[in-house]
Design a protein around this ligand. Structure first.
Ligand code: SF4
Ligand code: SF4
Ligand code: FES
Length: 254
């Protein structure tokens, strides 16, 4: 599991979906794909931008939506470093069905009522459900009922929408490096916990950053609803996959 990714100047040549591309040694397959305008879906990995306040990409490696085949073996694109001559399969029927299965599992595992969710239109999970044309999930709903925490004056934390990606755990810290979010327990008992004192005193900027970093509507900024109206939100404008980082924009698109 990697948190940040170091790169070097050595050039690696590999193919993704038959397209030959070049990457720097130390880059992940995901980073190499993004730099070359090739879309690989993500939920837990996040490219660093000014908007999300990250100084380097993060890749918790928790969601597996980025699964590709590397020389015939399934691997997570966000945690696998490129190597000379890699043959990567990405946009195939088999892998896209696997990704759709992950999306369906996440929908039935939590409680997702998109029409009443503040993140609707900017939610990566919802956008992937549209991308993979999810209608009715193949799996039974778990009807989970988890705690919603509204103690913080600035944040609402709804665990029913949390997909346990761990982005908040890796990315949200106080200026002196203390984690605001942590991970607890294992298996179906696993969950995200907050340091309630630190979250109570969270700054405006950090509250905004936390909502932005969460790929779903689990972390919601209080008192700031509908800043962007429905119909004008990120994935209302462009479907997920059109935000791939390209070489000409130098990674500035989120
Ligand atoms: S978090 Fe996303 S998928 Fe879940 S209810 Fe909100 S918009 Fe829908
Ligand atoms: S709260 Fe959001 S960012 Fe944190 S683990 Fe859950 S889904 Fe991921
Ligand atoms: S995006 Fe690669 S494991 Fe989540």
């Amino acid at each position: 599991m990697s948190e940040t990714i170091e790169t070097s100047s050595e050039i690696i040549t590999l193919t993704i979906d038959g397209q030959e591309i070049q990457a720097a040694a130390g880059q992940t397959i995901l980073q190499a794909a993004q730099k070359n305008g090739i879309y690989i879906p993500t939920l837990c990995a996040l490219h660093a931008t000014k908007e999300n306040g990250l100084e380097s990409d993060i890749a918790p490696g928790t969601c597996r939506i980025c699964t590709v085949k590397v020389n015939g073996r399934t691997m997570a694109a966000c945690t696998t470093p490129v190597a000379q001559g890699f043959v990567v399969e990405n946009d195939t029927e088999e892998l896209n069905d696997l990704r759709k299965t992950i999306v369906e599992l996440l929908f039935v595992e939590g409680n997702h009522f998109c029409p009443s969710c503040e993140k609707s239109g900017s939610c990566d999970l919802q956008a992937l459900a549209y991308r993979y044309q999810m209608l009715s999930p193949r799996f039974r709903y778990a009807f989970s009922s988890r705690e919603v925490n509204a103690e913080s004056p600035k944040l609402l934390f709804d665990r029913n929408r949390c997909i346990l990606c761990r982005r908040c755990v890796l990315a949200i810290r106080t200026e002196d490096g203390k984690q605001l979010f942590g991970f607890t327990k294992r298996g179906d008992k696993s969950g995200i916990i907050m340091d309630e004192e630190l979250v109570k005193n969270i700054s405006e900027e950090q509250a905004q950053q936390a909502m932005h970093i969460c790929p779903v509507g689990a972390i919601i900024r209080k008192e700031k609803g509908f800043d962007t109206p429905f119909g004008q939100r990120k994935y209302d404008q462009n479907p997920i996959g059109s935000e791939t980082v390209c070489t000409t924009c130098n990674g500035e698109k989120s």
